[in-house]
Design a protein around this ligand. Structure first.
Ligand code: PM9
Length: 464
């Protein structure tokens, strides 16, 4: 499978570095003390104790000089900020939705759309769960149903669009529950929990047609839709000469609205929005946002944050930016593949996902192999990553039983425009070193479990 349009040429970052932030190495003894104190949960580490931080690509991007200049143009009026209108204009132009409600981040938008459209007893299908998205659906009385293709749950499947919705599964949900119980289907692009895997344009079109035939809305999780657009360009027939911007616009045309965490694709440290076509839903969202986020022209953000996001929208869709962004992720993936490290394939958009089940085959899933793998990468060399397995999956809201996801992964997430190839070389060397002495590493037991989104704050202790 070809993944870059000009195979004979290396990509290079379309920027040079103007300001640097020192990072610090630590001793193994210091790291052991830090991870103990953090309860073997990388979320609970202090960032000053981290060497290379691959916890997340969320809010961790380096902004451009143009975005920083925009921060100085913040119109901090309580209402009617000029920066809101710049944001609205760019969402309309690049995403194509007429109505925009800013929110403090993605889950603010998920909260609004779930509260507005879901009634108790409703069912919400989607192409794999995402933690915050599913929780908001459940808190509104809905039940999430996974309708992604089976290949998405197999880390070794080389399907080029593992984010696709299985139309037969979607049809079965409609037949079983009736369309009236399905307020919308969530379509994620790219699919985070599957390994940053894209959905194809053809599938988005089919889902939209099928949903609309039954009067069901399609809500796009557009958080990493630009990265998805790149994969459509290089993997799906007919798009090779299309710009990422035009692909993004077409993707959005197959949806009725979108939730957005601007902290990813849009290269900002905070911000999000709900975008929608329907005037009635917009009116409700605009009314509800004042209760939970702030006025509908700032949604929990400062004017300067909206300006940075408005400018980030334009930068995000530049083909050479996204080419270098995905190229960097592929670079790390290739290094690990050459050393036969078990990773999710094909390589996805924002991260390399280590397959903890194959990395630590001796640790059963209820002893949290991915959680331990993330902790060990930190102990080994100060590399911070994130568990995306049984801890993230949480418990069934009705039965209280643990979910046992097929994918038990550790995510090495690449922040945008932050690290160099040399940093990624160090990360790969660390993973390889750990892989070579993986046999004697024990599992974990959970010693504290918070009520919501337990992966953020749960605490663990080694079993031996
Ligand atoms: N994603 C991530 O690290 C933030 C921490 S984990 C909850 O991947 C999708 C696909 C996301 C996402 C956050 C959100 C929520 C929605 N959809 O974090 O609220 O990956 O801005 O966005 C994280 P916010």
């Amino acid at each position: 499978m070809e993944t870059t349009p000009r195979k004979h040429r290396s990509w290079a970052e379309p920027y040079k570095i103007k300001m640097v932030e020192p990072i610090r190495t630590t001793t193994k003894a210091e790291r052991l003390a830090a991870i103990e104190e953090a309860g073997y949960n990388t979320f609970l580490l202090r960032s000053k104790d981290v060497y290379i931080d691959l916890l997340t690509d969320s809010g961790t991007s380096a902004m451009s000089d143009h975005q920083w200049a925009g921060m100085m143009m913040g119109d901090e009026a309580y209402s009617g900020s000029e920066n809101y209108f710049n944001l609205e204009r760019n969402v309309q132009k690049y995403y194509g939705y007429p109505f925009v409600v800013p929110t403090h981040q993605g889950r603010g938008a998920e909260h609004l759309i779930s509260r507005i459209l879901i009634r108790p007893g409703d069912v919400v299908p989607g192409n794999m769960y995402f933690t915050t998205t599913r929780l908001h659906q459940e808190l509104s009385g809905g039940t999430f149903v996974d309708v992604i293709i089976d290949e998405a749950h197999d880390p070794t499947s080389l399907h080029p669009f593992k984010g696709n919705v299985d139309l037969a599964k979607f049809q079965r949900v409609i037949d079983e529950h009736g369309a009236k119980k399905i307020p919308y289907i969530t379509v994620g692009a790219t699919v985070n929990m599957a390994g940053g895997q894209p959905i194809s344009m053809a599938n988005m079109r089919d889902v939209y047609e099928m949903a609309h035939k039954h009067g069901i809305r399609v809500i796009l999780d557009a958080t990493r839709a630009v990265e998805n657009a790149w994969f459509i360009k290089v993997r799906e027939g007919g798009y090779r000469d299309a710009s990422v911007a035009s692909i993004l616009h077409e993707m959005c045309s197959y949806s009725d609205g979108a939730t957005m965490s601007g902290k990813k694709d849009l290269l900002v440290n905070i911000g999000g929005f709900l975008a929608i076509r329907d005037q009635d839903v917009f009116d409700e969202a605009r009314s509800m946002v004042v209760v939970y986020e702030g006025m509908h022209t700032y949604g929990g953000l400062a004017g300067r944050d909206m300006e940075a996001m408005a400018r980030g929208i334009v930068e995000a869709v530049q083909d050479e930016h996204i080419h270098a962004r995905i190229g960097q992720v592929e670079y790390l993936g290739e290094l690990l593949r050459q050393e036969n490290i078990p990773i999710v394939e094909p390589i996805g958009g924002h991260a390399i996902y280590l397959d903890a089940k194959r990395f630590f085959p001796h640790i059963p899933q209820d002893q949290f192999p991915a959680q331990m793998l993330a902790a060990q990468l930190y102990i080994e060399n100060g590399i911070r990553s994130m568990e995306r397995g049984i801890v993230s999956a949480g418990r069934n809201a009705e039965t209280g039983e643990n979910y046992y996801p097929k994918l038990e992964l550790v995510r090495l997430t690449i922040p945008r425009r932050v690290y160099t190839q040399a940093h990624l070389d160090v990360v790969a060397e660390t993973v390889v070193d750990l892989y070579e002495h993986r046999e004697n590493i024990p599992g974990l037991q959970m010693v504290y479990e918070p009520k919501y989104l337990r992966f953020f704050q749960a605490r663990f202790a080694p079993l031996s």
